[in-house]
Design a protein around this ligand. Structure first.
Ligand code: UD1
Ligand code: CA
Length: 457
């Protein structure tokens, strides 16, 4: 049976104190509503509907390029009214799973279980027991322990306020039931809204079995109303990611001091020290070591590579057994072959560095192609930009670039060539040649140092 997922995301979220619609605030670097979409679309045969209202244009923009149906709820008249806006696009004979854009971390297994229950004809309701149920809709059961209704906090009696089992808001039921019940909702209640929760009583009266299930963890159904709750969910999410890393072969110095904001693939026996941020798509091979305070974004790091403290790597591909940092910055387009070395205070950009080549100290290498076993001395700069265009520097195998050299691109340094320290190289160098451009040293013997002038005269 096909599944129509309806994600409610029309509310304003005024307690976020934000110009951004609430559901676009991020957990783990990804908008909350995107988490919901991504998890839901892990199920088979899913059509996803997003009910938008506040910040509708921003939401459409941010979710562009995905197969989604948007339903506009121009005025927020309640959760029942919100679901009704999506109904014209919902299949006649499907299971409808209702999710909230501000409840980002519901697990796929929980969603699937709800859908499976609903496919049998029952209404699946996700509930949770809370120590402090204030504000939530309460689950009302009869003497046989059957769910018969949900009463919103503002409509509940003093006795009902004592109920600790609450409605998470997440439910699943066949579309034909919804199509029947939604038009019957009324707004005669404390908030003057069309409550989706009123369909529970309709189901009970209509003889539809209500199956209440509970999530594995409370955080799965936790909504975000303000930035404090956002931070709480972020920490929980990060702990899940850290546990995933450990379970799959990484030793973490401290699971509470790593942040993963994207998709990470890892090999075995990695060591990750504290305050490491992994963002976007990151692949880390076997035995990779990452020292403290490193930021890695969209990169692949080969087996056995050692990334020392305070290194930043972005959009780069690093092969095996490389040595990087401390304090290195690999910018987009950097590609290191096996056993390359990038040392402290070295910046690379669009640099292809061959096997065993070394750029050990204080250099800028951009728009450059280095062969094998090249040695780039301290303070070497590729002058790749003339103010208008970028040009390439090529350094062939086994070349040796002396310290404090400026390589004015476009320029080529041949195989085995040597550049004397302090040179400014603007012409190609033949293989095996020595190029030096520095001024000859002169010495003046017994040079009298300037004397300090006497004051006052
Ligand atoms: C709702 C439930 C309550 C449950 C609680 C769980 C109802 C009537 N009540 O209450 O039983 O315990 O969630 O958090 O359903 N939304 C729209 N359009 C609207 C109204 C809401 O899209 O017209 C969206 C909101 O953006 C939000 C979600 O629906 O994502 C829930 O709305 P909210 O107003 O927070 O519902 P609660 O009053 O908290
Ligand atoms: Ca709410």
């Amino acid at each position: 049976m096909s599944v129509d997922v309806v994600i409610l995301a029309a509310g304003q979220g005024s307690r976020m104190k934000s110009n951004l619609p609430k559901v676009l605030h991020k957990v783990g670097g990804k908008p909350m509503v995107q988490h919901v979409i991504d998890t839901a679309t892990q199920m088979a045969d899913v059509d996803t509907h997003v009910v938008i209202g506040h910040g509708a244009d921003l939401l459409r923009q941010s979710l562009e390029g995905q197969t989604l149906n948007f339903a506009l709820q121009a005025e927020q008249k309640g959760t029942g009214h919100a679901v009704a806006q999506a109904m014209p696009n919902v299949a006649e004979d499907s299971v409808v799973l209702i999710l909230y854009g501000d409840v980002p971390l519901t697990q796929a297994a929980t969603m699937q279980e709800m859908v499976n229950i609903a496919a049998t004809g029952d209404l699946a309701l996700l509930t949770v027991n809370l120590k402090d149920p204030t504000g939530y809709g309460r689950i009302v059961r009869n003497s046989d322990d059957q769910v018969i209704a949900i009463v919103e906090h503002k409509d509940a009696t003093a006795e009902q306020h004592l109920i600790t089992e609450v409605n998470t808001g997440i439910l699943a039921v066949k579309s034909q039931y919804l199509a029947d019940w939604l038009p019957q909702l009324s707004s005669e209640n404390a908030q003057g809204e069309y409550y989706l929760t009123d369909i529970i009583a309709m189901a009970a009266q209509g003889g539809v079995q209500i199956s209440a299930i509970q999530p594995e963890a409370e955080e799965e159904v936790q909504g975000v109303n303000n930035r404090v709750q956002l931070a709480e969910l972020e920490r929980w999410y990060q702990l899940q990611r850290a546990e995933w890393l450990m379970v799959n072969g990484a030793t973490l110095a401290d699971p509470s001091r790593i942040d993963v904001r994207g998709n990470v693939n890892i090999g075995l026996d990695l060591l990750i020290d504290v305050n490491v941020v992994l963002e976007g798509d990151v692949t880390l091979g076997d035995n990779v070591i990452i020292e403290p305070n490193c930021y890695l974004k969209n990169c692949t790091i080969g087996a056995g590579t050692h990334i020392k403290a305070n290194t930043v790597i972005e959009d780069a591909v690093v092969a095996e057994s490389c040595d990087i940092g401390p304090f290195a910055r690999l910018r987009p387009g950097t590609q290191l072959a096996n056993k390359a070395k990038i040392g402290n205070f070295v910046e690379t950009k669009k640099a292809i560095v061959g096997e065993g080549s070394k750029i050990n100290h204080l250099s800028y290498v951009g728009d450059a192609i280095l062969g094998k076993d090249v040695n780039v001395g301290a303070g070497t700069i590729t002058c790749n930009y003339d103010g208008v265009n970028k040009s390439t520097t090529e350094i062939d195998d086994n070349a040796f670039i002396g310290s404090n050299t400026a390589l004015v691109a476009p320029v080529k340094v041949g195989k085995m060539a040597t550049v004397g320290a302090g040179s400014t190289i603007s012409k190609d160098i033949d293989p095996a040649a020595l190029a030096v451009t520095r001024a000859k040293q002169t010495s003046i013997k017994n040079w009298p140092r300037p004397q300090k002038k006497e004051k006052g005269n």
